[in-house]
Design a protein around this ligand. Structure first.
Ligand SMILES: Cc1cc2nc3c(=O)[nH]c(=O)nc-3n(C[C@H](O)[C@H](O)[C@H](O)COP(=O)(O)OP(=O)(O)OC[C@H]3O[C@@H](n4cnc5c(N)ncnc54)[C@H](O)[C@@H]3O)c2cc1C
Length: 459
């Protein structure tokens, strides 16, 4: 059997189903021009992925294999590869709309062997008794828990593989059916280095061991380093989900309550499952016809962290500076965006997508729909976060806010969390709040009621 092993969201050699297949293999990675052409030249994710691909290449070399790196349109690349007489292309499932459409096109060129790797469950595994997908998280979670067993912890061992002769030293660019060798550098892809600050996977896992016992209690506080920070490694598969689950099983044996952390991993599965079954959710509201109101000025103030609402501006600054944002702050920002500012959730989703290091279509899109109250369980549209109270509750000493908004360091936390004070007090180089929360929330409620009364579904 001659196989192409296509690495995508599984940039690792440990416990990788691709490496358990036997026979002659050509391991490949594609820098996809359909994606890269839309990114700014200093996108930090490209530097990050490039480094991970080079690391994968060297890990494969130490197994006696290698990685051929392509640059171009996957469909065009597979059309050329098909001429070399392969039996199949094997790849782990990737379920967003672009990935699904791309894989369908590739499967028309070569037999496509889709393996299960990225998530805990296969997309058809956690479904209702009648075989239809769950739309609500809690029943999905309960079902997931009841189905979860040892098989989900399976460890894939390497199969007997021999490497096919090929040129592995350069990047192979494919353009208009012509092949060109490029030096193995980030600059060959037209990108400049922009290295995100990131702790090693080993350190993150050993830190997680210490964080787990207090995870449920502390995970909502952005000034604490209480969460795993593993989302980028999970997104690109440097850490396999099964390895993380086995790590959790070990902690559980030691008497640690791992359920709250497991629940978040199931959330990741739930969102992937929703987008798999309902690809139109990428652009279309789940249920309610809340489109928001397009307002460029408001949008720019949000994206440039000039809202005058400290927790929001802190979150956006963290995002722009690091590519990361704490989950609680993501929730507060997305609520402020779609409710207080009444902007279309799709705009916010796109903005996050441009900057998040862990950007994942399913988690981002469905979280934005949840925040916008478009019908994704369990958030009723009329529940509107008060960003001032959220900040007071989850960043009581304003430590997170002061870290990212140094203009406020001389103020007391109490003043920072007091909307009335912030509306009346002039701060050098920092604007007053652009909306009054109660007024904005009432306006949003009126808008939602009106849209509901109009009864337009799936606007
Ligand atoms: C508006 C909004 C947009 C988001 N966009 C993304 C995104 O593009 N990519 C992304 O990975 N997550 C996204 N999330 C979910 C969540 O914020 C991040 O997964 C989390 O902050 C990552 O930090 P962590 O690894 O320390 O998480 P931990 O708390 O340590 O959780 C462990 C893992 O569970 C998963 N997870 C945790 N919370 C969630 C959640 N609410 N939904 C789905 N998966 C979760 C992640 O893979 C995470 O790494 C978004 C949330 C919101 C509210």
């Amino acid at each position: 059997m001659r196989r192409i092993l296509w690495f995508r969201r599984d940039l690792r050699v440990t416990d990788n189903p691709l490496l358990s297949l036997e026979g002659e293999v050509l391991p490949i990675f594609i820098f996809d021009t359909n994606i890269l052409n839309k990114l700014p030249k200093d996108d930090r994710r490209v530097t990050y992925i490039f480094e991970q691909v080079i690391r994968l290449k060297s890990s494969l070399q130490s197994l006696g294999l290698d990685l051929k790196i392509f640059y171009g349109d996957p469909v065009e690349i597979f059309k050329l590869l098909e001429r070399e007489g392969f039996d199949e292309v094997a790849a782990s499932g990737d379920y967003d709309s672009y990935a699904k459409a791309r894989d369908t096109k590739v499967s028309m060129i070569l037999p496509f062997n889709a393996l299960h790797d990225t998530y805990i469950f296969k997309p058809e595994e956690v479904v209702k008794d009648d075989g239809t997908p769950y739309l609500v998280f809690t029943p999905f979670y309960n079902r997931a828990r009841s189905l979860f067993d040892k098989a989900h912890l399976r460890h894939y061992t390497p199969g007997k593989q021999t490497l096919l002769a090929a040129h592995y030293e350069e990047i192979t660019e494919i353009k208009e059916s012509t092949e060109r060798a490029l030096p193995l550098t980030l600059q060959s892809l037209g990108f400049n280095e922009n290295k995100p600050e990131i702790t090693s996977l080993e350190l993150k896992l050993s830190a997680l061991e210490k964080k787990l016992p207090a995870y449920a209690k502390e995970r909502d506080y952005p000034a604490l380093d209480a969460t795993s920070n593993l989302s980028p490694e999970l997104r690109f598969g440097m850490l396999g989900i099964r390895e993380l689950l086995r790590f959790l099983a070990e902690q559980k044996k030691r008497g640690i309550d791992t359920e709250p952390f497991f629940r978040q991993l199931v959330f990741r599965d739930f969102y992937a499952c929703l987008l798999y079954h309902f690809p139109e959710l990428a652009w279309k509201n789940h249920r309610y016809p809340f489109n928001g109101i397009e307002d460029q000025e408001r949008f720019e103030a949000f994206c440039e962290s000039r809202t005058g609402v400290p927790i929001i501006d802190a979150g956006i600054r963290q995002l722009l500076a690091t590519g990361r944002m704490h989950n609680r702050v993501r929730m507060v920002c997305a609520s402020f965006f779609t409710k207080d500012l009444l902007l279309p959730w799709q705009w916010g989703e796109k903005f996050f997508a441009q900057h998040l290091l862990d950007y994942d279509a399913a988690s981002n899109i469905l979280s934005w729909q949840w925040s916008a109250g478009t019908g994704i369980d369990p958030q009723p549209y009329f529940r509107i976060f008060n960003p001032w109270l959220q900040a007071k509750k989850f960043d009581k000493e304003a430590l997170y806010i002061k870290m990212w908004v140094p203009e406020l360091v001389t103020l007391d936390a109490k003043q920072i969390h007091d909307e009335r004070f912030m509306l009346s007090y002039r701060i050098e180089n920092y604007p007053g709040p652009m909306v009054v929360h109660k007024e904005a929330a009432n306006k949003a409620l009126e808008y939602f009621k009106k849209r509901m009364a109009e009864g337009v579904e799936h606007a």
